[in-house]
Design a binder for this molecule. Structure first.
Ligand code: DAT
Length: 178
């Protein structure tokens, strides 16, 4: 693997993570429109490029092959200007990201969102517990430098535009050497 210093990027890379349903894809696509940064939805990429080891019947999702995903993205991440959208964050190289955003949603709001998405039973319960126990925030904090991890509330539509504005401002003030 090529190892380039973070400072070689002329644009930053942002990771948008959080429990399913917290608004990663909505937020990332709006941020992508506002900035012309590339939106990389890892779930879609895994499906499109077959970067998985089959289907997990119990968890009802593809068994992601983390090495294949990282190899696939290495060159593109080196260029900068990427918004990566995924409900996990501990397997990406730490050096890829300049900002790690953890979206958070109140339990009752998230419950309704996931129910209307058709989640029920253990899939619904698991995701609600994931949010209650702040699993993604903990994962982000243990995988990246503390000062680049930012939790952002994502409870209503206003939060989405507020978060997009916050991130646009941050991108504008980012410098390759910082
Ligand atoms: P994720 O990518 O985290 O799974 P999503 O962007 O697909 O989430 O959003 C799931 C659903 O919830 C979708 O119908 C849009 C809605 N939604 C997301 N964030 C929201 C917010 N902050 N306020 C209101 N609705 C939101």
């Amino acid at each position: 693997k090529k190892k380039m210093a973070k400072s070689s990027r002329r644009k930053p890379n942002i990771l948008v993570t959080g429990t399913p349903g917290t608004g990663k894809t909505t937020t990332s696509s709006q941020l992508s429109e506002a900035t012309e940064f590339r939106h990389i939805n890892i779930g879609d990429l895994v499906k499109e490029k077959n970067l998985h080891d089959g289907w997990d019947d119990e968890l009802e999702c593809h068994i992601i092959n983390e090495d294949l995903v990282c190899d696939e993205l290495e060159d593109i991440m080196e260029q900068g200007g990427n918004i990566v959208d995924y409900h996990g964050c501990d397997f990406f190289p730490e050096r890829w990201f300049d900002r790690v955003v953890v979206l958070q949603t109140d339990n009752s709001v998230l419950y309704d969102r996931l129910s209307s998405r058709g989640y029920d039973g253990s899939k619904l319960t698991n995701n609600i517990e994931c949010e209650i126990f702040q699993v993604l925030l903990e994962e982000a904090r243990s995988s990246y430098p503390e000062d680049i991890v930012v939790p952002l509330a994502s409870n209503c539509v206003d939060d989405i535009s507020k978060n997009v504005t916050t991130l646009c401002d941050w991108i504008r003030s980012w410098h390759p050497t910082s």
